[in-house]
Design a protein around this ligand. Sequence first.
Ligand code: SAM
Length: 354
Amino acid sequence: MAASRKVGSLRLPPLPTVGELIKLYNLRAEKQLSQNFLLDLKLTDKIVRQAGSLTGAHVCEVGPGPGGLTRSILNAEAADVLVVEKDSRFIPGLKLLSEASAGRLRIVHGDILTYRMDRGFPAAISKAWEEVKDPPNLHIIGNLPFSVSTPLIIKWLENIADRTGPFTFGRARLTLTFQKEVAERLTASTGSRQRSRLSIMAQYLCTVKKRFVIPGRAFVPKPEVDVGVVHFTPLVKPQIQQPFKLVEKVVRNVFQFRRKHCHKGIRMLFPEACRLELTEEMMQRADVDPVLRPTELTIPHIRALSDAYAHLCANDPNLFSYDFREELRLKHLGRNHHTSVDAFKEMPSAPQPC
Ligand code: SAM
């Protein structure tokens, strides 16, 4: 396979520029797909350098488009580059690049949100998760539309927690672009204004570094916003040892009243009938000051809260499925449809007794 090829002679031969390719194939950016291209190869080289050495690496590039970033990855001497592109208009240009790459570029015409990356690379590249100094030589790199990059990173964070998807191969590293504000949230530390759900979910599972900001004017066409390049290395040991969905639920509730004391959001984890009692028990068990603001909570605080919530859920198997929004929705429905209190009680997701 290409990965075993001797590196050193792996630079691309002369090719039409990315700009010329765009003209050649009439690749007008589709607003609907939020396409903004990077044509400056110095900039794409800089993004690729953030991934570290790619010599001999396996790389999955998401959303290659006209292939600027792809060229930089190939020029960085990656041995095996798999690109996943949804828009068929880019496939002929990528094929041209593939022909010039001496078999190092594989093209998948598909959607990264459903693509099974665990099937995209040979099992032999896997490294044990606990391997501290020698993670798998597998990198995920991408300049995706913002509408895709946020749901995708949440999906990949869950994959990291479960060691599924791309992370069946071990602790694959990611270098991705986000809208600058999202990049700031991903990397925000405790106490900062940008601290949010995303900061906690990313940082309990990964070392997350914001590398640099690309001004919007560097893209064609220019987006409304600037762009941040973020690098993720999955931690050998996640900072919270609870199921991803449980941590996500605690964090979602904590942050729903971002400016209020954290116990206000935590209360909503519990049905009304036992709300006060269980909130107090959870705060005491976690030993977290209830008047801290959500943005002031550290990951150890969230760990303690998640552990305490897991303990309460173990005592009451119905507790985890409780969702106060659903309760509100049903109440609202009940009011609007003059549902009797008894009928409401019989509804499947009616508020649960403690
Ligand atoms: N990487 C190129 C660059 O930097 O110039 C293109 C970037 S453009 C912002 C995003 C690319 O991702 C487009 O080529 C678009 O068609 C592709 N894309 C959008 N959604 C996708 C998805 N769900 N799966 C795969 N590719 C996608």
